[in-house]
Structures are given as C-alpha cells and as structure tokens.
Design a protein around this ligand. Structure first.
Ligand code: GN1
Ligand code: MG
Length: 371
C-alpha cells in the first residue's frame, strides 16, 4: 500500500493522538524501521508525534519489542519520579492505540507504533564535537546505570545473538557459501579482511560466559543519533531507539558508540582517506561513559574498552558485508553498492584502531584508577 497522506492519516487515527494530522515528513535516519514525523492540530494546539512501521524482517516478534520498551520506559520513569525528576522529555513514551494496546497492525500486516516527538532537540550523525561526545558518553553510561537493577528475565531477546560476534561470523560464512547474488568474486580482499580476524569473534562472549565480564542490561545500538540533544544547551536529554535493549556486555554500548561517534567521517563515506578514529573523541566518550556508570565498572571491563571498540566496528562491517552478499535484504540502502561501501568504511576504521591500540590503552589506563 502507498504511504501517502491519507494512509498516514488512517494509521494515525488508530492511536490516541491530539487532533488531526496536518502534515508529516519521512525521517531518513536509521537503517531499519520506517519513520514519520507527524504534526497534529487540535484547534490552535499543535503536537508532533513519531509514527513508526517496525521492520518485521529484522524484528520477527514485534510485540515483544513493544513489551520490552514498555517495561524499560516505565521502570526508568518510576525511578526518576522517585528521585523527584519529571520523566517527560527524558524518557521516550509510547502512545496507546485506540484499542488499548501500544501498537496497531494495518490491513497489510504492517506493524505500527506511535510516540511523542520531543521538541527542541537535535540528533547528530556528523559534526559532533568532543564536548557533545562527552555528554553522549555520560548519557549512555547513565542509561545503563538506570537499568542496572532491572530484572533481565523480563526482557525478550528481540534479535537473538544480536551482538554475538561468533554467530555474526557464522552468518557471514553462510552468506559467502551461498553467494546468492554472485558477488563474492568481486570482493575477495574484503572477505580476506574478515576471515583473517576470526580470532576476534569470541573476545566478548567468551568473557561473558566465563563470568569475567558482567552480564548487564544494555542498549545495544548506541549510535550518536540515538540520543536527543537539547538544541539550545547541547545537553543530552533522552536516549531513544530502545528496540534492542537486551542483556549484554557493557562493551557493546561502549564499542558501538566509538565506532560511530569517534569516526572522523560518516559511516558510508567512500573516500577512505577521510576515515579514521579520533583519539580526542575516544577519550571524551570514555570519560563521560565511566562517569555515567558511576563506579559500577570493573577494571577488566574498562581495560577492554579499546578491544570493544575494535570488535564492534569489525562486527558492524561484517554485518554490512554479509548483507551485501545476501542481496541487501537487511539494512536500507540508497545506492547499489551502499552496504559494500559501508563495510569498507568500517574495515578502514578497524585498521586505524588496530594501529592506535597502544594509545587507546594508555587513555583507558588513566581512567582505571579514577573509576
Ligand atoms: C541499525 O536502526 P539503526 O540505524 O539505528 C542496526 C544497528 C547497526 C546500525 C548501523 C536493529 O541501526 O545494529 O549498528 O544500523 N540496528 C539493527 O548503522 O540491526
Ligand atoms: Mg536502531
């Protein structure tokens, strides 16, 4: 079905929104779900909302995603209220549907949800300053802290083995073996880059299994554009995109944030001479993240931050390459070789981080004693 104005109106009418839709636009950030920012008017009052169609190829059990979000957001909101803090604008809030659920399934089977749009905020993919990145570190650290006592058994695993790098490697090998689009012959070097690094794949999971790293409740998608920053003060207000909140290692959140935010270039920059990791950004995020986690990190976890950054970047590059081999079925692309370009960009970053490992280690060592 075509997603035109009247269709969006129809979807909106199934949620308890104030007023009628007067306009909407499509948000281009995010590679997975379809996102619409809709403006509603009730007499003179204007309210904006986010309508999202959940990608059901990626999220096979979308109701479980909704259940996780409701659990997590109400838990954090209650805690904030207990501390005398108003949770509005600090925690994302789903809006009920007219039949008392938090989702609506359209006649084509499309799975929709609605939430408030937090006004006067900006998200950043590029142009991030070290100061902003420090604030993002605090916000992601703080987010994890707020969930430190959350009963993990109440969470569904919305995407099984999401950050299990070993299982991501197995997916890559399977895609390579199938080579359904006959693309492998063009990317021998990229394939070699991945296979040479198979030994990295167990780094985080082995330590989680042995108990060396604590199993925590983590966000798992800590891209900089998943934080709303106050447009006036630049303060980090609210962590969004809670679709993948699941048990995991602290390194998932640390590493993914560095992969995206400490890179000198966008995730799909094709001029690889522009792609490297900025140590000043690495340091600022590390500082903020450790402060946000407020003494709950172990020395082993902090010392593993640099490897976490390398592994999460490697894993993401491998996921892009896997999707390229599979014919671009997972990540949304806007040009033919987009996933291949993204993969090469991530591999360039991995290489650069490998070279900067001693400097990264020296930075985290400074903070081990301050934790
Ligand atoms: C996807 O939806 P978005 O763009 O925030 C992906 C992340 C990747 C990221 C790479 C559910 O996140 O895991 O790191 O793209 N989300 C899912 O940009 O797979
Ligand atoms: Mg996401």
């Amino acid at each position: 079905m075509k997603l035109n104005g009247s269709f969006i109106n129809e979807i909106a009418s199934h949620f308890l929104l104030r007023g009628d839709v007067v306009k909407y636009y499509v948000s281009e950030t995010g590679h997975i779900n379809d996102t619409f920012i809709v403006t509603c008017q009730n007499q003179k009052k204007i309210t904006r909302y986010i309508l999202q169609r959940v990608n059901q190829y990626v999220f096979r059990q979308p109701k479980q995603v909704i259940s996780n979000i409701c659990n997590v957001t109400s838990y954090i909101s209650d805690n904030l209220r207990d501390q005398g803090i108003d949770p509005r604008n600090k925690v994302m809030q789903l809006i009920p549907s007219t039949d008392g659920k938090f989702y609506y399934i359209d006649p084509d089977g499309g799975f929709w949800r609605a939430s408030y749009y937090i006004e006067n905020c900006t998200t950043y993919s590029t142009g991030i300053t070290p100061e902003m990145f420090y604030k993002a570190g605090r916000a992601f650290g703080d987010f994890q802290m707020q969930l430190s006592d959350f009963p993990a058994d109440r969470l569904h695993e919305t995407i099984p083995n999401f950050h299990n790098t070993r299982s991501r490697f197995a997916d890559f090998k399977e895609a390579l073996l199938r080579d359904s689009e006959d693309r492998a012959k063009r990317i021998r070097k990229d394939i070699q880059f991945v296979t040479e690094r198979e030994h990295l794949c167990g780094y985080i999971y082995d330590r989680l299994e042995s108990g060396e790293f604590r199993m925590r409740v983590t966000h798992n998608d800590t891209k900089m554009d998943n934080i709303l920053m106050d447009a006036d003060t630049g303060d980090a207000l609210c962590v969004i995109d809670l679709d993948t909140v699941m048990p995991g290692s602290v390194l998932n959140d640390f590493g993914d944030a560095i992969r995206f935010g400490a890179s000198s270039a966008a995730e799909d920059e094709v001029d690889l001479s522009k792609v490297y990791m900025r140590l000043d950004m690495f340091e600022q995020f590390t500082k903020g993240f450790i402060e946000g986690l407020d003494g709950s990190l172990t020395e082993e976890e902090i010392r593993a931050f640099p490897m976490g950054a390398i592994i999460l970047t490697f894993e993401t590059g491998m996921r892009f390459l896997t999707d390229y081999l599979n014919g671009d079925v997972y990540f949304r692309i806007s040009r033919d070789r987009h996933n291949l370009e993204r993969a090469r960009n991530q591999f360039k970053l991995v290489q650069d981080m490998e070279g900067k490992l001693p400097e990264m280690n020296a930075i985290v060592e400074k903070y081990v004693s301050k934790k």
